[in-house]
Design a protein around this ligand. Structure first.
Ligand SMILES: Nc1ncnc2c1ncn2[C@@H]1O[C@H](COP(=O)(O)OP(=O)(O)OP(=O)(O)O)[C@@H](O)[C@H]1O
Ligand SMILES: [Mg+2]
Length: 469
């Protein structure tokens, strides 16, 4: 315990000599000691400073020891109290302990004995304070993650989240990559009656089919070579809680059928298992694909879609709600910049607001992270923003010598342009080049381009590059 900070002691004792001797002795033992001649003065001291252990005489003028003990325990986070008295009777001892005193010492006592009790009391308080701090930390962590919502669209999304969360309905969250689907899924779980149970997430695009099946449903020993013991699937681990199926439309057809059965019957079989296992999970799913298209194309079963689509929340892309950009940027700055985040200059804010953010909030977050690292003297100017954020404005104002965007300039979204050199055309060419490089292998192409396979699929559809040309 030697690294612990010195315990802070307050002595409440009306007899001046005794008070002085106690103070000197305890200071000699390494404590930080204050003293008060009566109960009232002691309470004042407690208002002004943080005390670990209060040594409290019983007979004192104005407020006596027992009353002081009572008042101390009305305060938040009180010190531990050790009662000191010359006229010990069993009744006062019992009463003091009932009122929450840590211990009781009868005069005359040896200073070594007092030292031991004070140390124990200080340790107890330290543990209590630590415990309180950890609990608060935990509560803060499990509190609702902050979802910035200034635009009407996001406010409406929040309203839907609050309405649907306490129900048992399955929820399908749709929106482009980086719009906050996972954040919303977490919020639904936290606001639901299942918040004490687990939130288990599975990215349906991240595994190949056979692995995905055993991840989701688990397996029995001997189900396949290498299956030594039983493994519980994520659906089972989510029992009583929420199962978040991210990129749900990427689920292979056979697993879609199995999942549908599991949802309908609330039971499933582990891989290689013959016994039905019961589960109670709420499904929250997310997709960045157009649902009508995946159903029409036969990629996704419509009956499964109806099952998980009990309630739909769609998150608008950031370019359709530019009023969220500035508050999001401020929020993300605080999140990534710690206690003293740098400030963004007005120019930098303007540039952020005028950019189209194809990668939505995730891209904005990456941009802010980069800017915080590059910032000088606590400021982020446009020089610390990545070139793509500034580039469209250059395209709009080719004669401008500075890449800064004048306030009020039209947002430079080149979404429909396909002229050579337009952002869209540049992107299309880059994707084509990567496809050629990999012999049209989509997985490798996505890797080269640094985007998720599902984002690549969407781009391929957008640019009509789904088939090799
Ligand atoms: N409204 C918001 N308020 C605060 N933070 C947000 C908001 N929207 C998104 N974020 C943050 O942006 C990042 C991306 O969000 P998230 O991972 O939820 O997106 P997503 O839609 O699941 O993306 P993907 O489809 O690529 O998986 C996260 O760090 C998230 O906390
Ligand atoms: Mg996600």
């Amino acid at each position: 315990m030697s690294e612990q900070p010195q315990a802070r002691i307050l002595i409440a004792e009306d007899e001046a000599n005794l008070r002085l001797v106690l103070q000197k002795e305890l200071e000699r033992l390494g404590y930080r000691v204050q003293a008060a001649p009566d109960g009232e003065a002691a309470l004042r001291r407690l208002e002004e400073s943080n005390v670990d252990v209060l040594l409290c005489d019983i007979n004192m003028p104005r407020i006596d020891g027992m009353e002081l003990l009572r008042r101390v325990h009305e305060r938040p986070n009180p010190p531990e109290v050790i009662m000191l008295t010359g006229q010990a009777t069993v009744e006062t001892a019992v009463e003091a302990m009932k009122l929450g005193a840590y211990d009781y010492l009868t005069k005359p006592y040896r200073i070594t004995e007092l030292d031991v009790r004070v140390k124990q009391a200080a340790d107890k308080r330290r543990l209590r304070v630590d415990n309180l701090r950890l609990r608060e930390q935990l509560a803060r962590q499990s509190a609702l993650p902050e979802i910035i919502s200034v635009s009407e669209m996001m406010k409406e999304a929040i309203r839907l989240i609050e309405r649907v969360a306490p129900s048992e309905a399955s929820v399908l969250i749709s929106g482009e990559s980086g719009t906050g689907k996972e954040l919303v899924a977490h919020a639904i779980h936290r606001l639901s009656g299942r918040s004490d149970a687990s939130f288990v997430d599975l990215n349906c695009a991240a595994f190949q089919e056979s692995l995905l099946e055993s991840e989701l449903f688990g397996y029995e020993a001997g189900a396949f070579s290498g299956a030594k013991g039983r493994k519980l699937g994520l659906i089972e681990l989510a029992d009583g809680g929420t199962l978040f199926l991210d990129e749900v439309t990427e689920l292979p057809a056979q697993l879609q059928a199995k999942l549908l059965r599991a949802i309908e019957t609330r039971t499933f079989f582990r891989v290689g298992g013959v016994r039905k296992v019961e589960v109670n999970v709420r499904i929250v799913a997310a997709t960045n694909r157009n649902l009508e298209t995946v159903v029409n194309d036969g990629v996704f079963r419509s009956d499964l879609l109806y099952r998980i689509n009990g309630f739909q929340i769609s998150l608008a892309p950031l370019r359709e709600r530019p009023e969220d950009i500035e508050p999001l940027a401020r929020h993300l700055l605080k999140q990534v910049g710690g206690t003293s985040p740098p400030e963004l200059t007005q120019d930098a804010f303007d540039a952020l607001r005028n950019y189209s953010w194809p990668g939505n909030v995730r891209q904005l977050k990456n941009c802010i992270e980069r800017a915080v690292i590059l910032s000088n003297n606590g400021r982020v100017t446009i020089s610390e923003l990545p070139p793509e954020v500034l580039r469209p404005s250059v395209a709009v104002q080719p004669s401008a010598s500075s890449p800064a965007v004048a306030p009020g300039t039209e947002p430079a979204v080149a979404a429909n342009a396909s002229a050579p050199g337009s952002l869209r055309e540049v992107e299309r060419q880059q994707i084509l080049a990567a496809l050629e490089q990999t012999g049209w292998h989509r997985g490798k192409t996505a890797e080269i381009l640094g985007i998720s396979p599902s984002t690549l699929y969407r781009r391929l559809r957008d640019y009509d590059l789904e088939r090799r040309r």
